[in-house]
Each structure stands twice: as structure tokens, then as C-alpha cells.
Design a protein around this ligand. Structure first.
Ligand SMILES: [Zn+2]
Length: 120
């Protein structure tokens, strides 16, 4: 299960950001951009995130995944395609020399936090 390792990385990166914010800032949501060609299953990452944040500084936060399909260009026929399966083959000509345009993203794109109330 590769998702566990990558989710641990995400949690660590978010925790590093959180310590820069005022004390008692509560994390509400993490936005993650995830490309299909990373091979990670969004539901598995969500599951791991839930398990890893059951307690600790990120407790109660949600992970929202923006899933991006694989977009490639074939070097043989110069066509552009969205891959809808795990096969790295041009659907038009069967070429295997494809340039990835997008789909390899794995990026935290935003954190939604609740600042502590004044004087609380
Ligand atoms: Zn092609």
C-alpha cells in the first residue's frame, strides 16, 4: 500500500505549515491535487489521511482531493489524449512514446484553517 507512505508525507508537510501559524489555529481542510498517472488511489489516500489524523494537530480535518486525469501527447501521431485506463498506449495509433502533459501532479494546493478567536 503505497498510499500510506505518501499520505504520511502529506501529513508531515501540512504539520510543518501549521507550526508557522498562530497557536490553537485549527485545520479544517487540506486541498490536494492528485494526478491519475501517479497511480495513487484517491479513496486510499483519503482513508489513510483519516487514520493518520485521528489524533494530533490535524485532528478533525478533511482532505479534499482534486483528481486529474492523465493527459498525454503521442510523439508518433501527434494526437493529444486523456487516458482513461492504466494503459500507457496511444489510443489512436498504438504508439508507446507518449509525453505526459498532466496527470503526474501530487501537490498540496491549499489549507483551510480557523484562526483562534481574539482573547480566547
Ligand atoms: Zn499516436
Amino acid at each position: 500500500m503505497h498510499e500510506l507512505a505518501v499520505t504520511q508525507e502529506i501529513v508531515r508537510a501540512v504539520e510543518e505549515e501549521m507550526v508557522k501559524l498562530p497557536a490553537r489555529t485549527r485545520l479544517v481542510k487540506v486541498n490536494l491535487l492528485l494526478g491519475q498517472l501517479t497511480g495513487y488511489v484517491p479513496a486510499s489516500i483519503e482513508f489513510c489521511y483519516g487514520a493518520l489524523t485521528e489524533s494530533g494537530p490535524l485532528e478533525g480535518s478533511r482532505l479534499e482531493i482534486d483528481y486529474r486525469l492523465g493527459r498525454v501527447r503521442c510523439k508518433k501521431c501527434d494526437g493529444e489524449f486523456t487516458l482513461d485506463g492504466p494503459y500507457f498506449i496511444c489510443p489512436a495509433c498504438g504508439g508507446r512514446d507518449l509525453t505526459v502533459l498532466n496527470g503526474k501532479e501530487l501537490l498540496i494546493t491549499g489549507l483551510e484553517v480557523e484562526e483562534p478567536e481574539e482573547g480566547a
